[in-house]
Design a protein around this ligand. Structure first.
Ligand code: NAD
Length: 476
């Protein structure tokens, strides 16, 4: 794909809010369009040597990158924790990034294999597939796991032999300079991998300069990226929002179900695409499940004033707190009851949403239909499995979900009927824990090849057919 003609514009500096203090205490200047285009061009030029170095050489470089991430983690953790207002999740992002790089390095040789066979249709023909990596992959990431979601697609793309340029969210750009310094400490990698902070204009300009775009973010922006990618004739892999349902059957172990639900709904203070956002409980166990959720939610502490204490941190993007408050107001106005927690609290300039359980909800409330992105657990009763499945499927989203039941067989029978890319059985949010299983989202939660499993690597190659005639070409 040809790079578009760069148009130079002077980019104004972007001010960045600190999620704990509420103050703008950081700013950065995004690249001009021509600076971005030039960087893309340089990465593209280096990609050929990276591709030709072969998989084993790329694996060796990526292993050094994982080592460098760990060895130089301190400035990265510090920047990420200011970006996100949390420490333990920030530290965890680096641990899991290094682990995922090593996992991909281990798996890649078995995935990137040459396929060659004799044609069954034309016996003289020998067929081979050549895997040709896309030259330059653009990665556009969101603010909720700034580092993990900047690397999640970059690592398999680099292993495939592509060059990669990441554009992180303008809400959380502080981690980009330390990550860039780590990348630069591995010179072979720095030739083909970079991260450049920018706002939405930089994101749009990136789409115009790459051969594939991997986007993680909201449905509204994902749609714009898909349209732009289509107009540039490049593939777009979109990982978008979610409204993950959990079905709790009458036979479920409620202690375990309530633990799994709360761990997943309060993960990263609910700011996770795969956070549990709506619970459907069989009428016979609804009240007991709610009792357990309320009792356990009351024990979940805010991560304030001590950043090292508690489990629920400030909302990274303050406007998300307004969205959550509006959803709770709408639900209460329509008859829902807040059983614990409630609307956001302003503490020291940060916006905190406590672990919140809501009952008396239905699908006439935005709390049950629109992405909440906070630690809120609304619970609705169902009478039979058909009703539970219909409710779970009554959504524009289809990212993931969960079923709790007395046996895995019972859970699976229900999970197979739910429209979602990944379903956890007798736990929740398991798609985050393992990247082994391929998954394709339903509805507005995404399009494009799976980011997980073998396809997560293979999608960065074009497959080229080499067709060798061992006989004599046919005459006209
Ligand atoms: P967002 O859509 O507002 O922004 C995402 C990125 O897109 C940012 O880097 C932004 O600068 C960039 N951008 C904005 N306009 C653009 C344009 N016109 N062209 C190109 N890039 C543009 O999303 P967000 O608020 O940062 O993130 C939260 C959303 O991300 C939630 O909806 C969440 O569910 C979703 N998410 C999905 C997954 C997943 O794997 N499915 C994972 C995490 C988050």
């Amino acid at each position: 794909m040809q790079a578009s003609q760069p148009v130079s514009t002077v980019s104004p500096a972007i001010a960045v809010r600190n999620p704990r203090s509420g103050k703008d205490d950081y700013e950065f200047t995004p690249p001009t369009d021509s600076e971005l285009a030039a960087r893309c061009q340089a990465l593209r030029q280096e990609q050929m040597a990276w591709r030709e170095a072969g998989l084993a050489a790329r694996i060796a470089v990526m292993r050094r990158f994982a080592d460098a991430l760990e060895a130089q983690r301190e400035p990265l953790v510090q920047a990420l924790s200011i970006d996100t207002g949390r420490v333990s999740v920030a530290a965890g992002e680096i641990v899991s990034a290094a682990r995922n790089i090593r996992r991909w390095c281990e798996r890649a040789p078995a995935i990137v294999t040459t396929v060659e066979f004799d044609s069954k249709i034309m016996p003289t023909l020998r067929v081979a597939h050549q895997l040709v990596p896309y030259p330059l992959v653009g990665v556009i990431s969101p603010w909720n796991f700034p580092m993990a979601l900047s690397l999640i697609d970059s690592v398999p793309a680099l292993l495939a032999g592509c060059a990669v340029l990441v554009k992180p969210s303008e809400v959380t750009p502080r981690f980009a300079p330390p990550l860039r310094a780590i990348i630069r400490s591995v010179p072979e990698l720095a030739r083909v991998f970079d991260i450049i902070a920018g706002g939405r204009e930089t994101g749009a300009a990136l789409v115009a300069n790459v051969d594939v775009v991997c986007f993680t973010g909201s449905v509204a922006t994902g749609r714009k990226v898909a349209v732009a990618a289509a107009s540039h004739f490049i593939p777009a892999f979109l990982e978008l929002g979610g409204k993950d349902p959990v079905v709790v059957l009458a036979s479920a172990n409620l202690e375990q179900a309530s633990d799994g639900i709360l761990r997943s709904s309060c993960l990263a203070s609910g700011q996770a695409c795969l956070a549990v956002e709506r619970i459907y409980a069989h009428e016979s166990i609804h009240d007991r499940l709610v009792e357990l959720l309320v009792e356990k939610s009351k024990r979940i502490r805010l991560n304030y004033p001590d950043i090292n204490d508690g489990q629920v941190g400030p909302m990274i993007f303050d406007r998300q707190a307004d969205i959550i408050d509006a959803q709770l107001d709408d639900a209460v106005a329509k008859g829902a009851v807040i059983r614990c927690g409630g609307k956001s609290l302003s503490l020291g300039g940060g916006r905190y949403v406590p672990a919140t359980v809501v009952t008396g909800v239905d699908h006439g409330m935005t709390l049950m239909t629109e992405e909440t992105f906070g630690p809120v657990t609304p619970v609705m009763k169902f009478r039979n499995v058909d009703e539970a499945v219909a409710l779970a499927n009554d959504s524009i989203y289809g990212l993931s979900g969960a079923v709790f039941a007395g046996t895995l067989e019972e859970a699976r029978a229900v999970a197979e009927r739910i429209n979602a890319g990944g379903m956890s059985l007798n736990d929740a949010g398991l798609t985050r824990e393992t990247y082994e299983a391929e998954k394709n989202s339903f509805g507005y939660s995404g399009i494009g090849g799976s980011r997980h499993g073998d396809a997560g690597l293979l999608r960065f190659f074009r497959k080229k057919a080499l067709l060798a005639q061992r006989g004599v070409p046919a005459r006209i």
